[in-house]
Design a protein. Structure first.
Length: 97
């Protein structure tokens, strides 16, 4: 396990140490053509497809609504518990008299 982290660091250092001049103009020309064709793929899914953006926004709204409903339900449960305690106390008072 000790050798795993240093090996990963060495690999990262070696990859980052490649100079920019190592890539030829010919290679960059090919990647430019491929890059323009694949620009849509490079962008985040939300930016390239309005339908995905809409679905994501709807999902976030649904999650927000669900969270609000859960908080409201918790408050109602707490209120029901308090009411049950009050009812028990009132019943005890009635039974005593």
């Amino acid at each position: 396990m000790r050798g795993v982290i240093p090996a990963a660091l060495l690999l990262t250092v070696n990859v980052l140490a490649i100079p920019a001049s190592a890539f030829s103009d010919c290679d960059t020309g090919l990647t430019t053509q491929a890059g323009t064709a694949g620009e849509a793929q490079a962008k985040r899914p939300e930016e390239r497809n309005p339908e995905l953006m809409l679905k994501q926004a709807m999902r976030e709204k649904e999650n927000d609504l669900l969270q609000r409903q859960m908080r409201h339900l918790e408050k109602l449960q707490q209120q029901a518990e308090r009411n049950a305690v009050r009812t028990e106390k009132l019943q005890e008072i009635k039974d005593r008299s």
